[in-house]
Design a protein around this ligand. Structure first.
Ligand SMILES: Cc1cc2nc3c(=O)[nH]c(=O)nc-3n(C[C@H](O)[C@H](O)[C@H](O)COP(=O)(O)O)c2cc1C
Length: 158
């Protein structure tokens, strides 16, 4: 059975997710960041996480080449940050955004519900995406409610 793209998207949209900003340093040292909802915890020991990046994304080479990357899990009041890292030109995405450098050397978007700094562990084939796996080096989390994505739209916990 061949799967039609719209049907695939509609079915996947039934799986409610949180939203992250994944970030890394490009080869020229400039920070890249991209909104992703393909995040998952993978392993507790060692502590591994993953997200998937479109092979055609401007930021894809950075996630493959950098020694590490960061993930910021967004809070319910960070919808504008999610939109910014999905659609703004890469050159201006970090304008006005709180950034820090932790262990991995990647730019870390601070202020989220949780923030993970990772060493690149593996890059796997994922069809038209790359599966980026990281080993968590440092993390922080705080109280609050998450920003959610469901059926192609932002939502929050009721
Ligand atoms: C809620 C949401 C979730 C997204 N999830 C992903 C994802 O998991 N992987 C991905 O490659 N792009 C995802 N995107 C699209 C990217 O954020 C967007 O295409 C981005 O601009 C591509 O990065 P680039 O600027 O490096 O090309 C998502 C967008 C939104 C709004």
């Amino acid at each position: 059975m061949s799967i039609e793209k719209r049907a695939f998207r509609d079915a996947m949209g039934c799986f409610a997710t949180g939203i992250c900003v994944a970030s890394a340093s490009a080869a020229d040292g400039k920070p890249v960041g991209v909104t992703v909802n393909s995040f998952s915890s993978v392993s507790l020991d060692p502590p591994l996480v993953l997200f998937c990046i479109d092979r055609k994304a401007e930021s894809a080479p950075a996630f493959q080449q950098a020694a590490g990357f960061a993930l910021s899990i967004l809070a319910e009041d960070q919808k504008e940050i999610s939109a910014n890292f999905a659609v703004a030109p890469m050159a201006t995405r970090w304008d006005g955004m709180p950034m820090a450098i932790w262990e991995s050397g990647a730019p870390v978007l601070t202020g989220g519900l949780a923030t993970l700094d990772c060493a690149l562990h593996a890059v796997h084939d994922g069809g038209d995406h790359l599966i980026i796996v990281g080993r968590v080096l440092r993390l922080e989390s705080r109280a609050g409610s998450p920003l959610l994505y469901y059926r192609g739209a932002y939502t929050t916990l009721v």
